[in-house]
Design a binder for this molecule. Structure first.
Ligand code: 13P
Length: 252
């Protein structure tokens, strides 16, 4: 399976800076055997698409979506609207949204299912807080979040959803989760997917690690069994640094 690296800019870069980032990143030497995507703010999707032109690398991703295609939902953006920009992936249930915007497991499930139905691959973010980690509740939290998130997903026969294990305590902290611990968490996620979709499907499911990933430590993750790539925050903001990280993710 090809390694997948997704940049998550979070709430950085309006249209002007987004366009410049894409143009600068396109000048980087990009590895062919790594899939690369960039999750940009909604307001910057048009500029990112325009700067990409006909190029398909990096793929475009969104950071959030609603679950209904149109209607009286002020301020929301639907999967159908995201499709107009050629969005291929959309983050769902990032811990920052769960914490700051009250996003629940039920909302995450609805968003993931609506995206999958529209043909956009939901990148479902799960992960325990520091307190849950200290209490030894990591696996329990993951099982709960993953089983809730996949409740309405269908077996499309091919990769139609992605998971990202992002321990909350590792995000933006400079304290990445050791690769061996990430491996165990990924096994837990995969086992829940296997229960619903079968072992073969679970084996093919892409599970990313996210939390303080940089160009120096990416190699450890992508060479760890069951870790299929990364979701990168801070280290994706500079296109040259992100280019370096993508090259370092290349299989040797
Ligand atoms: P950092 O890479 O900045 O820790 O952020 C991780 C993250 O939240 C990606 O979604």
């Amino acid at each position: 399976m090809k390694t997948l690296i997704i940049a998550n800019w979070k709430m950085h870069y309006g249209p002007i800076k987004a366009g410049a980032w894409i143009r600068a990143f396109r000048r980087e030497r990009l590895p062919k055997d790594v899939d690369i995507a960039v999750a940009v703010p909604h307001v910057s999707l048009a500029a990112a698409r325009a700067s990409l032109g006909r190029a398909s690398i990096p793929a475009l991703a969104a950071q959030n979506s609603f679950w209904i295609d149109d209607g009286a939902y002020t301020g929301e953006t639907s999967p159908a609207m995201l499709l107009e920009f050629g969005v291929q992936y959309c983050l769902v249930g990032h811990s920052e949204r769960r914490k700051n915007l009250g996003e629940t497991d039920d909302m995450v499930a609805k968003k993931a299912a609506a995206l999958q139905k529209s043909g956009i691959i939901p990148v479902i973010c799960v992960g325990e807080t520091e307190a849950q980690n200290k209490k030894g509740e990591t696996n329990k939290v993951l099982r709960q979040q993953v089983s809730a998130a996949i409740a309405d997903l269908k077996d499309g026969g091919k990769v139609s959803f992605v998971f990202a294990y992002e321990p909350v305590w590792a995000i933006g902290s400079g304290k990445p989760c050791p690769a061996q611990r990430a491996k165990e968490a990924h096994e837990t996620i995969r086992s829940v997917v296997a229960k619903k979709f079968g072992a073969a499907h679970a084996q093919e499911t892409i599970i990313l690690y996210g939390g303080s990933v940089d160009a120096r430590n990416i190699g450890e993750y992508v060479t760890t069994t069951g870790v299929n790539g990364a979701l990168v925050g801070g280290a994706s903001l500079d296109p040259r640094v992100f280019g370096l990280l993508c090259r370092a993710a290349m299989p040797t």
